[in-house]
Design a binder for this molecule. Structure first.
Ligand SMILES: Cc1cc2nc3c(=O)[nH]c(=O)nc-3n(C[C@H](O)[C@H](O)[C@H](O)COP(=O)(O)O)c2cc1C
Length: 209
C-alpha cells in the first residue's frame, strides 16, 4: 500500500530548503484489474466459494475485481471455421464471449477456476479457452492463478487438470502463472468450507501486489 513517512530532517540539506520538493513516498501501490472466471455450473459450489475467498483477499488489498460466472453466460463452442483469423478477430458467433474476451484482454490478472471432471477441466472452462481463439494474441503480459476443486484428496492427481490451463498460457505472450489453489477432498457442494484451501485462496488473493 501507499505509505508516506516523514523524511528525516537533515540540517543544511538543499532538499529541505524553502520551496523545494520532497518525495515522501517509498513504495507505490498499483491497483490491479482482476478478472475471475468461475466455470463450475454449481453456483456457490466449491470452486465458486474459493473464487470468493480469493476475491475477498484481493479486494482487501485494494484491487478491482470482477467475477464472471461462465455457465450463466451464453458461449457457443468454437466452430473451428477460422473466420475470426481473416476478419480482424471477430467471431461469427454473436454471444457473450465478445465481452468476456475484451475483459480478458484488459485484465492485469486472470483467475481461472474449474471443478475437476474426469481428471481434466470441465466443458465450460474448455469452451471458454477455445473461444479466445479470435483474439488470444491480444492477451499479453497477464498474470494467472488457477483454482481447481475435486473429490480426490491427492494434489498430484490434479496435474492433468492444471496442465490444461498451462496449455492455454503456453499460447499467450508474456503470461505468467502465479499460483494454483488445490481444492482437493471436496465432493459435495460446500465441503470446501472446512478445508485449508479456503485460507490458501484468501491469502493468494491478498498477496497480489
Ligand atoms: C461430471 C463429474 C465428473 C467428476 N470427475 C471427478 C474426477 O475425475 N475426480 C475427482 O476427484 N472428482 C470428480 N468429480 C467431483 C468434483 O470434482 C467435485 O465435486 C468438485 O468439488 C466440484 O467442484 P464445484 O463444486 O466447484 O463444481 C466429478 C464431478 C462431476 C459432476
Amino acid at each position: 500500500m501507499y505509505s508516506a513517512e516523514e523524511p528525516e530532517y537533515i540540517p543544511d540539506c538543499p532538499l529541505f530548503a524553502s520551496g523545494s520538493i520532497v518525495v515522501l513516498s517509498k513504495e507505490f501501490f498499483v491497483m490491479k484489474t482482476i478478472l475471475v472466471l468461475s466455470c463450475s455450473p454449481r453456483k456457490k459450489g466449491n470452486s465458486d466459494i474459493l473464487c470468493d475467498q480469493f476475491i475477498k483477499g484481493a479486494e482487501e488489498s485494494g484491487h478491482k475485481v470482477e467475477k464472471i460466472r461462465i455457465p450463466e453466460k451464453k458461449i457457443g463452442v468454437c466452430l473451428g471455421c477460422e473466420q475470426c483469423q481473416e476478419n480482424g478477430g471477430i467471431c461469427r458467433q454473436k454471444d457473450d464471449m465478445t465481452e468476456i474476451l475484451e475483459k480478458m484482454i484488459q485484465a492485469d490478472v486472470i483467475v481461472m477456476a474449474s471443478p475437476v471432471y474426469f481428471y481434466t477441466i470441465n466443458a465450460q472452462a474448455k469452451t471458454l479457452i477455445d473461444r479466445t481463439f479470435a483474439r488470444y494474441t491480444a492477451i499479453r503480459d497477464t498474470s494467472f492463478y488457477f483454482i481447481v476443486t475435486a473429490a480426490d484428496s491427492e494434489e498430484s492427481m490434479m496435474e492433468r487438470t492444471v496442465e490444461c490451463f498451462r496449455g492455454f498460457l503456453h499460447c499467450l505472450q508474456g503470461a505468467v502463472e502465479k499460483g494454483v489453489i488445490y481444492g482437493v477432498g471436496a465432493w459435495k457442494k460446500g465441503d470446501i468450507k472446512s478445508l485449508a484451501s479456503m485460507v490458501h485462496a484468501y491469502e493468494m488473493g491478498k498477496s497480489i501486489e
